[in-house]
Design a protein around this ligand. Structure first.
Ligand code: SF4
Length: 349
């Protein structure tokens, strides 16, 4: 198999990724958690800044959750920032600051699953590991002609094949190089909806290419009715402002945007009767006159109406969560993107 060619291609083409310049287990942990659900382009803009702020495991473990979420700004999916912080605390406090040495031991740490553990071992240590996410799952399914439904079961199967040396069996090069090259291939030539096989360094070995139907690997999952479900949500966003401070509340672990701050928010209406993310508005509001903007989160299409109010009005209308005055000069009060957008629209008036 032309894996040497593949690795050479990757090392020639993708030298500018900052997390590949200087290697460490800590740097790999940070970059891999950033790269989950975020594009390489976005992570490139934030990785070095984050590492400057938290240069090692100890500095991250000792920081407050708020400091970490502020440094995470721009990367989205803040749950990952809090997870990263918890992992660093665990390794610092429970493992004497040393990363466990195998993927299995790493997986004993809450928040580290098969993908991250293998990424740390393979990329951070350059030892035997295979970091199988949706990207690698696709490339490997095509390369080895694995016609199974994509998803966690296929990822587990690929790891089993790897552990029993049924795939990449004679591999004796760098596992770091292999993992990174497969990641690069999945991002460039071997994409979900487009396979540029003619340029691919693996085309002579690839069973999906030989089948002439590369896109049919792995098998697409048929979405269930529940997965297809979408909901309309109409929110009322309160702006209560005093000099340079805004009233906001911290989202709990059970809520969307956990750990971030939101301006007080109530549900005006929704098609999802089970929604528990925000309390419902108790009294009527002349919504037609309010400024509006659109956002979305998971399966919800959201229309946000902005109401400038005083603190007393909140309780009357049904908002009873504990609020605090947040300084807008302090990194925009660490507000969520949707709350900050409301504020920008209000300030533009
Ligand atoms: S030959 Fe095509 S399908 Fe096979 S790995 Fe390369 S890009 Fe993917």
């Amino acid at each position: 198999m032309s894996l040497k060619k593949l690795i050479q291609w990757s090392q020639t083409e993708f030298t500018d990724l900052p997390w590949r310049n200087s290697r460490s287990l800590y740097g790999t942990l940070v970059s891999e958690i950033m790269l989950q659900q975020t594009t390489v382009g976005t992570v490139k803009n934030h990785y070095e800044r984050f590492l400057k702020r938290f240069p090692d495991l100890a500095s991250l473990a000792k920081a407050s959750e708020e400091e970490v979420t502020v440094a995470w700004k721009g990367l989205g999916y803040y749950r990952r920032a809090r997870n990263l912080k918890k992992i660093s605390e665990y390794i610092f406090n429970q493992c004497g600051g040393e990363f466990p040495s195998t993927a299995e031991k790493l997986q004993e740490i809450p928040g580290i699953g098969p993908y991250t553990s293998h990424a740390i071992i393979a990329i951070g240590k350059d030892a035997r590991g295979l970091a199988v996410d949706a990207n690698l799952e696709r490339v490997i399914a095509r390369l080895y002609g694995l016609k199974f439904e994509k998803g966690p079961k296929l990822q587990k199967k690929i790891l089993e094949l790897f552990n029993s040396e049924k795939i990449f069996s004679d591999f004796n090069l760098s596992y770091r190089g292999l993992n990174e090259a497969l990641m690069d291939l999945g991002r460039t030539y071997c994409q979900a909806r487009k396979a540029t096989c003619d340029l691919c360094p693996l085309k002579n070995d690839c069973l999906a290419f030989k089948s002439k139907k590369p896109l049919s690997y792995p098998v697409e999952k048929i979405a269930t009715l529940k997965e297809k479900e979408e909901h309309e949500l109409h929110l009322l966003r309160f702006i209560v402002i005093k000099k340079n401070k805004v009233l906001a509340y911290k989202k709990t672990d059970k809520e969307w945007l956990a750990g971030q701050y939101e301006i007080p928010t109530l549900v005006i209406s929704t098609t999802d009767k089970k929604l528990k993310q925000y309390p419902f508005l108790k009294s009527k509001v002349l919504d037609g006159k309010l400024k509006k903007y659109k956002t979305s989160i998971t399966k919800y299409k959201i229309v946000n109406s902005i109401l400038v109010a005083d603190q007393k009005l909140l309780k009357t209308m049904g908002f009873t969560s504990e609020v605090e005055w947040r300084d807008l000069d302090d990194d925009h009060a660490n507000l969520s993107t949707a709350s900050y957008k409301a504020l920008k629209i209000f300030q533009a008036d």
